[in-house]
Design a protein around this ligand. Sequence first.
Ligand SMILES: [Zn+2]
Length: 405
Amino acid sequence: MDLLVSPVPQLHTMNPSLGEGALGTMHDAALGFADEKLVYVGPAADAPSAKKTVDGSGCVGLPGLVDCHTHSLFAGSRADEFRRRLAGESYTSILEAGGGILSTVSATRLADDDLLAGLLGQRLDSFLRSGVTTVEVKSGYGLSVAQEIRLCRILAEGDWPVTVWPTFLGAHAIPKEFRSNREAYVTAVVEEMIPALSGIARAVDVYCDRGAFSLDETRRILKAGMAMGMDGRVHAEQVEHTGVAAMAAQMGCLSADHLEQLDDVGIQAMADSDCVAVLLPGAQLYLNDPAPPARALAEAGVPLAVATDFNPGSSPVRELLSCATLACLRMGLTVEEALLGITKNAALALGCRDRGWLGDGSVADFALFELPPGENESSALVQYLGGHKTRCVVRNGRLVWSSEG
Ligand SMILES: [Zn+2]
């Protein structure tokens, strides 16, 4: 065996067949890796020896975390906007003055491929060090045929430190040059961008809201992408209730994300489908939005995922574990729901059943976290906000990061 992590006092496999409760918890466990595979999960006392061992004392083990909603591919800075918002200017007035998403679009269009790939690589490195091994990244700061294809190609073709799940978000905003002719932009998305991106982007996403895309435009774009084999996802019910979550669920989309304004009809439609509710507490915090109806969703049986929504404007948040904490504090999730939300259910939102849990048939992605000094319960990992210490990260069976260097 190549690598052994042992002993792990608390291991949440997210696989109820391996351990206790919904998190499949094992105590005093060990994990063994060989040939890029997970070959042993069981008692530390029975673990075979390996060429290299990482000591997991004082730690909590989780499957490699999955961040299922990010906008990590961009250039430029919105630091000035942050100051303006603190001084009382509204997000809408900044947007109307050419700021917001459109200012990131201008900076991203001007950046060459090397600069963009370099920035993305640095951001993904920071995700990896915080235990995240799979990151969904959306396009959406190009907003022209050539630029959106360029962004999706960078995502799909790079050699990244984490597994990148590319999502096409050409319908992120109406670009300036199409303001007086939005129909022409939607047509370009449907007839030019989507056909060019089949086999490159895994999913198609639409920002359906006031000031973004209408319900009819969203349906047209999702239909076109899904007909090309892409999975459907939506930015749903964030600023205004549009009914898009119910529509997305009925169309067979994998997820509806945000959901601050979701109503009972939307909850029921999601419960009647396999649509995952992706909660984004970073954006809720930065925009001072109300909480989505997370308890009602959970009670209706809708799987809850939690993601960073990492972007330079409304959610400059890179720590997925901190989002789990915020989802508990601001949305009413339990610790168990929050941990499932950044592992197994996050993978479900990507339509990817081989990660977010550990066991026979899972990828060999694993993260080991140190508990804060004096703490013994794994829930302290979610209780403490920020400052998490990752002891090691294993991706595809290889030790890719370790605090021991
Ligand atoms: Zn988003």
